[in-house]
Design a protein around this ligand. Structure first.
Ligand SMILES: Cc1cc2nc3c(=O)[nH]c(=O)nc-3n(C[C@H](O)[C@H](O)[C@H](O)COP(=O)(O)OP(=O)(O)OC[C@H]3O[C@@H](n4cnc5c(N)ncnc54)[C@H](O)[C@@H]3O)c2cc1C
Length: 306
Protein backbone atom coordinates (compact mmCIF):
# COMPACT_ATOMS: atom_id res chain seq x y z
CA UNK A 1 0.00 0.00 0.00
CA UNK A 2 1.74 3.19 1.20
CA UNK A 3 0.38 5.31 -1.55
CA UNK A 4 -1.61 8.53 -1.56
CA UNK A 5 -4.71 9.26 -3.60
CA UNK A 6 -6.40 12.56 -4.35
CA UNK A 7 -9.99 12.62 -5.62
CA UNK A 8 -12.34 15.21 -7.10
CA UNK A 9 -15.82 15.29 -8.52
CA UNK A 10 -18.44 18.01 -8.31
CA UNK A 11 -21.01 15.19 -8.41
CA UNK A 12 -21.36 14.06 -4.78
CA UNK A 13 -22.48 10.49 -5.59
CA UNK A 14 -19.51 10.05 -7.90
CA UNK A 15 -17.10 11.63 -5.38
CA UNK A 16 -18.23 9.02 -2.82
CA UNK A 17 -17.68 6.23 -5.35
CA UNK A 18 -14.15 7.57 -6.00
CA UNK A 19 -13.59 7.71 -2.25
CA UNK A 20 -14.70 4.09 -1.88
CA UNK A 21 -12.06 2.93 -4.37
CA UNK A 22 -9.38 5.33 -3.07
CA UNK A 23 -9.80 3.95 0.46
CA UNK A 24 -9.33 0.42 -0.88
CA UNK A 25 -6.15 1.46 -2.69
CA UNK A 26 -4.60 3.82 -0.14
CA UNK A 27 -6.06 2.92 3.24
CA UNK A 28 -6.52 6.20 5.06
CA UNK A 29 -4.23 8.31 2.87
CA UNK A 30 -7.01 9.85 0.80
CA UNK A 31 -7.47 13.57 0.25
CA UNK A 32 -10.20 15.27 -1.72
CA UNK A 33 -10.97 18.62 -3.24
CA UNK A 34 -14.43 20.09 -2.99
CA UNK A 35 -16.16 23.36 -3.79
CA UNK A 36 -19.28 22.55 -1.74
CA UNK A 37 -19.32 22.64 2.07
CA UNK A 38 -21.97 19.88 2.32
CA UNK A 39 -19.96 17.59 0.10
CA UNK A 40 -16.75 18.36 2.02
CA UNK A 41 -18.45 17.38 5.31
CA UNK A 42 -19.83 14.19 3.79
CA UNK A 43 -16.43 13.19 2.42
CA UNK A 44 -14.65 13.80 5.74
CA UNK A 45 -17.23 11.73 7.58
CA UNK A 46 -16.99 8.97 4.95
CA UNK A 47 -13.26 8.33 5.25
CA UNK A 48 -11.32 11.13 3.50
CA UNK A 49 -8.54 12.18 5.85
CA UNK A 50 -8.41 15.71 4.44
CA UNK A 51 -10.77 17.69 2.22
CA UNK A 52 -9.55 20.93 0.66
CA UNK A 53 -12.52 23.26 0.32
CA UNK A 54 -12.45 26.22 -2.05
CA UNK A 55 -15.20 28.80 -2.55
CA UNK A 56 -14.45 29.76 -6.16
CA UNK A 57 -16.22 27.08 -8.24
CA UNK A 58 -14.88 28.28 -11.60
CA UNK A 59 -13.02 25.85 -13.85
CA UNK A 60 -9.75 27.83 -13.77
CA UNK A 61 -9.82 28.12 -9.96
CA UNK A 62 -10.48 24.40 -9.68
CA UNK A 63 -7.55 23.58 -11.93
CA UNK A 64 -5.27 25.79 -9.80
CA UNK A 65 -6.61 24.12 -6.61
CA UNK A 66 -5.77 20.70 -7.96
CA UNK A 67 -2.26 21.78 -8.96
CA UNK A 68 -1.78 23.47 -5.58
CA UNK A 69 -2.92 20.43 -3.58
CA UNK A 70 -0.93 18.05 -5.78
CA UNK A 71 2.21 20.14 -5.05
CA UNK A 72 1.45 20.01 -1.28
CA UNK A 73 0.39 16.37 -0.98
CA UNK A 74 2.37 14.68 -3.74
CA UNK A 75 -0.28 11.99 -4.41
CA UNK A 76 0.54 8.90 -6.45
CA UNK A 77 -2.90 8.76 -8.05
CA UNK A 78 -5.42 11.47 -8.88
CA UNK A 79 -8.94 10.27 -9.64
CA UNK A 80 -11.39 12.73 -11.19
CA UNK A 81 -15.04 11.87 -11.88
CA UNK A 82 -15.83 11.52 -15.61
CA UNK A 83 -18.42 14.27 -15.76
CA UNK A 84 -18.44 16.93 -18.48
CA UNK A 85 -16.24 19.10 -16.24
CA UNK A 86 -14.05 16.24 -14.99
CA UNK A 87 -13.30 15.07 -18.53
CA UNK A 88 -11.93 18.53 -19.32
CA UNK A 89 -10.16 19.03 -16.03
CA UNK A 90 -8.26 15.75 -15.65
CA UNK A 91 -6.28 15.77 -18.93
CA UNK A 92 -5.45 19.45 -18.50
CA UNK A 93 -4.01 18.83 -15.06
CA UNK A 94 -2.10 15.82 -16.41
CA UNK A 95 -0.71 17.93 -19.26
CA UNK A 96 0.55 20.64 -16.88
CA UNK A 97 2.24 17.98 -14.73
CA UNK A 98 3.44 15.99 -17.73
CA UNK A 99 1.84 13.03 -15.96
CA UNK A 100 0.46 9.74 -17.28
CA UNK A 101 -3.25 9.97 -18.06
CA UNK A 102 -6.11 7.66 -18.94
CA UNK A 103 -9.73 8.75 -19.42
CA UNK A 104 -13.11 7.14 -18.63
CA UNK A 105 -11.64 4.25 -16.63
CA UNK A 106 -13.94 1.81 -14.85
CA UNK A 107 -11.22 -0.01 -12.93
CA UNK A 108 -7.83 0.87 -11.46
CA UNK A 109 -5.32 -1.23 -9.54
CA UNK A 110 -1.85 -0.48 -8.28
CA UNK A 111 0.69 -2.29 -10.49
CA UNK A 112 4.36 -3.07 -9.94
CA UNK A 113 5.07 0.06 -11.94
CA UNK A 114 2.31 2.66 -12.08
CA UNK A 115 -1.35 1.69 -12.30
CA UNK A 116 -3.31 -0.84 -14.35
CA UNK A 117 -6.55 0.67 -15.63
CA UNK A 118 -9.48 -0.66 -17.66
CA UNK A 119 -11.72 1.26 -20.00
CA UNK A 120 -14.21 0.49 -22.73
CA UNK A 121 -12.94 0.81 -26.30
CA UNK A 122 -14.36 0.55 -29.82
CA UNK A 123 -17.76 1.89 -28.85
CA UNK A 124 -17.99 -0.29 -25.76
CA UNK A 125 -17.52 -3.56 -27.64
CA UNK A 126 -14.21 -4.36 -25.96
CA UNK A 127 -12.21 -3.60 -22.80
CA UNK A 128 -8.81 -1.93 -23.12
CA UNK A 129 -6.37 -2.77 -20.30
CA UNK A 130 -3.65 -0.15 -20.02
CA UNK A 131 -0.65 0.42 -17.75
CA UNK A 132 -0.17 4.10 -16.84
CA UNK A 133 3.27 4.92 -15.52
CA UNK A 134 4.86 7.87 -13.72
CA UNK A 135 4.10 9.87 -10.62
CA UNK A 136 1.50 11.12 -10.33
CA UNK A 137 -0.92 9.26 -12.55
CA UNK A 138 -4.15 11.07 -13.44
CA UNK A 139 -7.29 9.19 -14.45
CA UNK A 140 -10.92 10.07 -14.95
CA UNK A 141 -13.41 7.49 -13.68
CA UNK A 142 -16.89 6.75 -14.98
CA UNK A 143 -19.93 6.85 -12.74
CA UNK A 144 -21.02 3.62 -10.96
CA UNK A 145 -17.62 1.97 -11.43
CA UNK A 146 -17.04 1.65 -7.68
CA UNK A 147 -19.03 1.23 -4.49
CA UNK A 148 -19.42 4.02 -1.96
CA UNK A 149 -17.42 3.51 1.27
CA UNK A 150 -18.84 1.73 4.30
CA UNK A 151 -19.71 4.03 7.22
CA UNK A 152 -16.53 5.29 8.95
CA UNK A 153 -16.00 6.10 12.60
CA UNK A 154 -13.22 8.64 12.08
CA UNK A 155 -13.73 12.27 11.09
CA UNK A 156 -11.32 13.85 8.60
CA UNK A 157 -10.15 17.44 8.48
CA UNK A 158 -11.48 20.26 6.26
CA UNK A 159 -8.81 22.68 5.07
CA UNK A 160 -10.05 25.93 3.53
CA UNK A 161 -8.26 27.11 0.40
CA UNK A 162 -8.43 30.62 -0.92
CA UNK A 163 -7.85 30.22 -4.63
CA UNK A 164 -9.79 32.60 -6.83
CA UNK A 165 -9.44 33.59 -10.46
CA UNK A 166 -10.77 36.66 -12.22
CA UNK A 167 -13.12 35.14 -14.81
CA UNK A 168 -12.16 35.61 -18.45
CA UNK A 169 -15.72 34.78 -19.48
CA UNK A 170 -18.74 36.97 -18.75
CA UNK A 171 -22.08 35.14 -18.40
CA UNK A 172 -24.67 37.18 -20.32
CA UNK A 173 -27.73 35.03 -19.78
CA UNK A 174 -28.75 31.72 -18.21
CA UNK A 175 -31.74 29.69 -19.38
CA UNK A 176 -33.38 26.71 -17.71
CA UNK A 177 -32.75 23.38 -19.42
CA UNK A 178 -35.46 21.43 -21.15
CA UNK A 179 -36.54 19.41 -18.10
CA UNK A 180 -37.74 16.43 -20.14
CA UNK A 181 -34.18 15.46 -21.06
CA UNK A 182 -32.34 16.97 -18.06
CA UNK A 183 -30.91 14.46 -15.58
CA UNK A 184 -30.96 11.48 -17.95
CA UNK A 185 -28.02 9.83 -16.13
CA UNK A 186 -30.04 9.33 -12.95
CA UNK A 187 -33.45 8.69 -14.52
CA UNK A 188 -35.27 5.51 -13.50
CA UNK A 189 -37.33 5.34 -16.69
CA UNK A 190 -36.32 6.72 -20.10
CA UNK A 191 -38.26 6.75 -23.34
CA UNK A 192 -36.04 7.53 -26.27
CA UNK A 193 -36.59 8.69 -29.85
CA UNK A 194 -34.67 7.75 -32.98
CA UNK A 195 -34.85 8.67 -36.61
CA UNK A 196 -37.99 6.57 -36.90
CA UNK A 197 -39.76 9.85 -35.95
CA UNK A 198 -40.47 11.72 -39.15
CA UNK A 199 -41.25 15.19 -37.78
CA UNK A 200 -40.44 17.11 -34.62
CA UNK A 201 -44.15 17.49 -33.77
CA UNK A 202 -44.42 13.70 -33.66
CA UNK A 203 -42.32 13.65 -30.48
CA UNK A 204 -45.64 14.49 -28.81
CA UNK A 205 -46.38 10.74 -29.03
CA UNK A 206 -43.26 10.04 -26.99
CA UNK A 207 -44.02 12.85 -24.55
CA UNK A 208 -47.45 11.36 -23.86
CA UNK A 209 -45.91 7.97 -23.11
CA UNK A 210 -43.28 9.68 -20.93
CA UNK A 211 -46.03 11.33 -18.89
CA UNK A 212 -47.76 7.99 -18.26
CA UNK A 213 -44.50 6.29 -17.26
CA UNK A 214 -43.16 9.31 -15.35
CA UNK A 215 -40.14 9.03 -17.62
CA UNK A 216 -37.40 11.31 -18.93
CA UNK A 217 -37.04 11.66 -22.68
CA UNK A 218 -33.84 10.75 -24.48
CA UNK A 219 -32.91 10.27 -28.12
CA UNK A 220 -30.28 8.97 -30.52
CA UNK A 221 -27.55 11.32 -31.65
CA UNK A 222 -29.00 12.31 -35.04
CA UNK A 223 -32.25 13.43 -33.37
CA UNK A 224 -30.26 15.82 -31.19
CA UNK A 225 -27.00 16.68 -32.95
CA UNK A 226 -28.31 16.71 -36.56
CA UNK A 227 -31.99 17.60 -36.23
CA UNK A 228 -31.73 19.67 -33.03
CA UNK A 229 -35.01 18.31 -31.64
CA UNK A 230 -33.59 17.63 -28.15
CA UNK A 231 -30.61 18.88 -26.13
CA UNK A 232 -28.95 15.65 -25.11
CA UNK A 233 -28.57 12.26 -26.70
CA UNK A 234 -27.82 8.82 -25.32
CA UNK A 235 -24.73 6.87 -26.32
CA UNK A 236 -20.98 6.71 -26.39
CA UNK A 237 -20.60 10.39 -27.29
CA UNK A 238 -23.63 11.47 -25.26
CA UNK A 239 -25.14 10.41 -21.96
CA UNK A 240 -24.52 6.94 -20.53
CA UNK A 241 -27.70 5.89 -18.79
CA UNK A 242 -28.68 3.10 -16.38
CA UNK A 243 -32.46 3.23 -15.86
CA UNK A 244 -34.70 0.42 -14.67
CA UNK A 245 -36.55 0.73 -17.97
CA UNK A 246 -35.31 2.06 -21.34
CA UNK A 247 -37.82 2.21 -24.18
CA UNK A 248 -36.10 2.70 -27.58
CA UNK A 249 -38.57 3.98 -30.18
CA UNK A 250 -37.52 4.03 -33.83
CA UNK A 251 -33.85 3.54 -32.91
CA UNK A 252 -31.77 1.09 -34.94
CA UNK A 253 -29.37 0.16 -32.09
CA UNK A 254 -25.95 0.96 -33.52
CA UNK A 255 -22.88 0.17 -31.43
CA UNK A 256 -22.54 3.85 -30.46
CA UNK A 257 -26.08 3.99 -29.09
CA UNK A 258 -25.81 0.55 -27.46
CA UNK A 259 -22.72 1.66 -25.50
CA UNK A 260 -24.83 4.21 -23.68
CA UNK A 261 -27.68 1.90 -22.66
CA UNK A 262 -25.92 -1.35 -21.72
CA UNK A 263 -26.42 -0.71 -17.97
CA UNK A 264 -30.21 -0.45 -18.34
CA UNK A 265 -32.04 -3.17 -16.42
CA UNK A 266 -34.85 -3.70 -18.93
CA UNK A 267 -34.71 -2.58 -22.56
CA UNK A 268 -37.86 -2.46 -24.66
CA UNK A 269 -37.59 -1.70 -28.37
CA UNK A 270 -40.22 -0.60 -30.83
CA UNK A 271 -38.97 -0.83 -34.41
CA UNK A 272 -40.73 -1.71 -37.64
CA UNK A 273 -37.69 -3.57 -38.97
CA UNK A 274 -37.64 -7.05 -37.48
CA UNK A 275 -33.89 -7.42 -38.05
CA UNK A 276 -32.92 -4.04 -36.50
CA UNK A 277 -29.98 -4.52 -34.12
CA UNK A 278 -31.86 -2.94 -31.22
CA UNK A 279 -34.06 -6.04 -30.93
CA UNK A 280 -31.00 -8.16 -30.05
CA UNK A 281 -30.18 -5.81 -27.17
CA UNK A 282 -33.74 -5.86 -25.89
CA UNK A 283 -35.55 -7.82 -23.23
CA UNK A 284 -38.86 -7.13 -24.99
CA UNK A 285 -39.14 -6.32 -28.71
CA UNK A 286 -42.15 -4.90 -30.46
CA UNK A 287 -41.88 -5.18 -34.23
CA UNK A 288 -44.21 -2.43 -35.31
CA UNK A 289 -44.73 1.15 -36.40
CA UNK A 290 -44.14 3.68 -33.60
CA UNK A 291 -47.03 5.74 -34.99
CA UNK A 292 -49.36 2.85 -34.15
CA UNK A 293 -47.65 1.29 -31.13
CA UNK A 294 -46.98 4.44 -29.06
CA UNK A 295 -50.60 5.71 -28.98
CA UNK A 296 -51.79 2.17 -28.17
CA UNK A 297 -49.28 1.82 -25.32
CA UNK A 298 -50.17 5.22 -23.89
CA UNK A 299 -53.88 4.44 -24.12
CA UNK A 300 -53.36 1.08 -22.39
CA UNK A 301 -51.38 2.68 -19.55
CA UNK A 302 -53.99 5.44 -19.10
CA UNK A 303 -56.76 2.87 -18.86
CA UNK A 304 -54.81 0.78 -16.38
CA UNK A 305 -54.20 3.87 -14.21
CA UNK A 306 -57.95 4.66 -13.97
C1 LIG B 1 -18.00 8.99 -33.50
C2 LIG B 1 -19.47 8.71 -33.47
C3 LIG B 1 -20.13 8.79 -32.26
C4 LIG B 1 -21.50 8.52 -32.22
N1 LIG B 1 -22.12 8.60 -31.02
C5 LIG B 1 -23.43 8.28 -30.95
C6 LIG B 1 -24.12 8.29 -29.71
O1 LIG B 1 -23.55 8.59 -28.68
N2 LIG B 1 -25.43 7.98 -29.70
C7 LIG B 1 -26.13 7.64 -30.84
O2 LIG B 1 -27.34 7.38 -30.75
N3 LIG B 1 -25.50 7.64 -32.01
C8 LIG B 1 -24.18 7.95 -32.12
N4 LIG B 1 -23.57 7.95 -33.32
C9 LIG B 1 -24.40 7.76 -34.53
C10 LIG B 1 -24.71 6.29 -34.81
O3 LIG B 1 -23.68 5.74 -35.59
C11 LIG B 1 -26.03 6.17 -35.59
O4 LIG B 1 -25.96 6.95 -36.76
C12 LIG B 1 -27.24 6.57 -34.79
O5 LIG B 1 -27.25 5.96 -33.53
C13 LIG B 1 -28.52 6.15 -35.54
O6 LIG B 1 -29.60 6.76 -34.94
P1 LIG B 1 -31.06 6.15 -35.11
O7 LIG B 1 -31.08 4.76 -34.60
O8 LIG B 1 -32.02 7.12 -34.52
O9 LIG B 1 -31.27 6.22 -36.68
P2 LIG B 1 -31.27 5.06 -37.78
O10 LIG B 1 -30.04 4.25 -37.71
O11 LIG B 1 -31.59 5.75 -39.07
O12 LIG B 1 -32.46 4.13 -37.34
C14 LIG B 1 -33.81 4.49 -37.41
C15 LIG B 1 -34.59 3.24 -37.06
O13 LIG B 1 -35.98 3.58 -37.00
C16 LIG B 1 -36.71 2.51 -37.55
N5 LIG B 1 -37.97 3.07 -38.02
C17 LIG B 1 -38.18 3.92 -39.06
N6 LIG B 1 -39.47 4.27 -39.12
C18 LIG B 1 -40.10 3.63 -38.10
C19 LIG B 1 -41.44 3.60 -37.62
N7 LIG B 1 -42.40 4.34 -38.21
N8 LIG B 1 -41.73 2.82 -36.57
C20 LIG B 1 -40.79 2.07 -35.95
N9 LIG B 1 -39.48 2.09 -36.35
C21 LIG B 1 -39.15 2.86 -37.41
C22 LIG B 1 -35.85 1.93 -38.65
O14 LIG B 1 -36.18 0.57 -38.88
C23 LIG B 1 -34.46 2.11 -38.08
O15 LIG B 1 -34.04 0.93 -37.41
C24 LIG B 1 -22.22 8.20 -33.41
C25 LIG B 1 -21.53 8.13 -34.61
C26 LIG B 1 -20.17 8.37 -34.66
C27 LIG B 1 -19.46 8.28 -35.96
Amino acid sequence: MNMKTLIYSENTELSLQLLGKALQLSGTAVSAISVQSDQARLLTSSGASKVYLNKDKSFDALKLCLLDVIAKESPDLIMVGSTKRGRELAPRVAAVLNAGYSGDCFDVQQAEVGFAVKRLAYGGSTVASTRVKGKPVVISVTSRSFEKPEAQGKQGEIVELNVSVTPKIKVLETRPKNTRDAGLENAKVIVSAGRGFKRREDLKLLEELATELDAKMGCSRPVSADLGWMDQWVGISGKKVAPHLYVACGISGTIQHAAGIRDSQIIVSINSDEVAGIHELSDYSIVGDIYMVLPALTKGLRERAK
